[in-house]
Design a protein around this ligand. Structure first.
Ligand code: SAH
Length: 298
């Protein structure tokens, strides 16, 4: 037996049934109102501040503006970052900042940096700034990436080569620098100690962008012996000394560029050339990189 069987039926006010609606409401007759004409005063054009305040009070106008903007923009994100012009402007700034090598400038012009950063940060992707990529790490500044690769190219020129040859990168991070290196190298091997970043970089570089490079999940302080020796070695993280493995895996005629701590937590770019006379070391400008750490994190 159902619990509701003996209860009186519920009378609900809403929704109203059709027969309730049929009972027409009483019509109240209001006295006619006579509108007197009001004199019209000429209105001055609103100031910019008033116009701005009004536009805030008209959200539909803003919405229409956004729709128009999105319709004219080249990228689905509405910021036009797919355009080569945005990168061309970044390259002009790199050139003005002293980067000269045409292959480096071309590579910087062709890699879409915004693909490598979080969607909330794409608007800053072509500014000369490092940006967070998660797990306490950062994507390096474009000017620093270009500067380090230009230093590597110096050795390639000395070998009478227009290629960086076989490159070892320590610190794949989001994979941006690996993508730039790939434009100028015969082969790129990039090592990352954080599994989450390694996996994410693999997905973007290999699966989405179709890059052919070797991405290794491992401790880059050991280099990567299976593919050694390398013509170029580049580190994206700075330790207090250069690991022996890097020097051991540097080919004769090859060059290594890495940030190294110089005391009182200051880092500088260090260049090491492997020559017939041994390893020749030069110290360049001060830089700021995330720390080089040993071991792997899964
Ligand atoms: N080239 C990267 C920069 C990433 S930041 C880019 O374009 O985004 C430096 C990276 O070095 C970090 O992801 C950090 O996890 C990694 N790293 C630090 N020590 C490492 C080590 N011993 N081996 C491999 N990667 C290391």
């Amino acid at each position: 037996m159902s619990h509701t069987e003996n209860k009186p039926p519920k009378v609900s006010k809403f929704p109203l049934r059709l027969n309730q609606l049929a009972a027409a409401p009483k019509v109240i007759k209001a006295p006619a109102v006579v509108l007197k004409p009001v004199p019209v005063r000429p209105v001055a054009a609103p100031s910019a501040a008033i116009a701005a305040a009004r536009s805030v009070l008209r959200p539909q106008a803003l919405l229409q503006h956004s729709v128009d903007h999105a319709a004219h923009s080249k990228s689905p994100s509405g910021v036009g970052l797919d355009s080569a012009d945005v990168r061309a402007r970044m390259v002009e700034r790199l050139r003005a900042g002293g980067i000269q090598h045409p292959m480096v400038l071309n590579a910087m012009a062709s890699v879409q940096r915004h693909r490598f950063v979080d969607s909330a940060l794409v608007i800053q992707a072509y500014e000369d700034t490092s940006l967070p990529i998660g797990h306490g790490q950062t994507i390096s500044k474009p000017s620093v990436v270009a500067r380090m690769i230009e230093l590597l190219m110096g050795a390639a020129q000395a070998r009478a080569s227009s290629s960086l040859g076989k490159v070892l990168e320590i610190g794949t991070g989001c994979g941006y620098q690996a993508a730039v290196l790939a434009c100028m190298a015969k082969q790129v091997v990039s090592v990352e100690r954080l599994k989450a970043l390694h996996d994410k970089a693999r997905e973007l570089l290999v699966q989405e962008l179709g890059a052919s490079m070797r991405l290794v999940y491992g401790d880059g302080m050991r280099g990567h012996a299976p593919n050694a020796p390398y013509d170029s070695i580049i580190a994206a993280a700075g330790g207090d000394a250069l690991p022996d493995a890097w020097l051991a895996q540097l080919a004769l005629g090859g060059r290594l560029v890495a940030p190294v701590e110089m005391g009182s937590s200051r880092q500088a770019l260090v260049v090491v050339d492997h020559t017939e006379r041994g390893f020749e070391r030069h110290v360049f400008e001060t830089v700021q990189f995330v720390p080089l750490k040993s071991g792997m994190v899964c």
